[in-house]
Ligand binder design. Structure first.
Ligand SMILES: [Zn+2]
Length: 163
């Protein structure tokens, strides 16, 4: 489950002006510092749905709904908070992180590194086995009747402790 952190949520909010967004759904008329329109969430004939561009919030004095631009999208599109963020991010051209769990990402990168190091080390010892200095190991391998294919397949290596 992807959870968006506060920085991302803020970015989405900053880039989606509540007046612009609500205007796409409700006809709004300026009324002092605020904008008024017919509430999309309840039936009414006189506008009691108010949008405050200054505070970036909306409120309906008729049915009591209110909130920020994300809440509005949740209600009007009938989606959950996460989906609302995705809708707004798309509108603003913001790319959301696939996973914002940096702890998991760090672990995954470390794991990848360990695998890489492991492979480098295995390669090193494997190549070591074919060096003239590995005479002892080569004789042992011969004695065990390990052919070259087996050596390669299992990356059999040799570590010369004296050097
Ligand atoms: Zn209302």
């Amino acid at each position: 489950m992807v959870r968006y952190n506060e920085a991302i949520i803020d970015e989405v909010k900053v880039n989606n002006d509540i007046l612009d967004i609500i205007s796409q759904y409700v006809i709004l008329k300026r009324s002092g510092r605020n904008f008024l329109g017919l509430c999309p969430f309840h039936k009414e004939k006189t506008p009691s749905f108010s949008v405050s561009p200054d505070k970036q919030i909306f409120h309906c004095f008729g049915c009591g709904v209110g909130g920020d631009v994300i809440t509005f999208i949740c209600k009007i599109e009938n989606v959950n908070y996460r989906e609302a963020i995705q809708i707004l991010a798309e509108k603003a051209g913001i790319t959301l992180p696939v996973s914002d769990n940096t702890q998991d990402m760090k672990k995954e990168m470390l794991k990848q590194k360990v695998y890489e190091i492991n492979e480098i080390v295995a390669n090193f010892y494997h190549e070591n086995l074919y060096k003239p200095s590995a005479k002892e190991a080569q004789e042992y391998v011969k004695k065990r009747k390990l052919d070259n294919n087996t050596l390669k397949k299992f990356m059999i290596g040799y570590s010369n402790r004296n050097k």
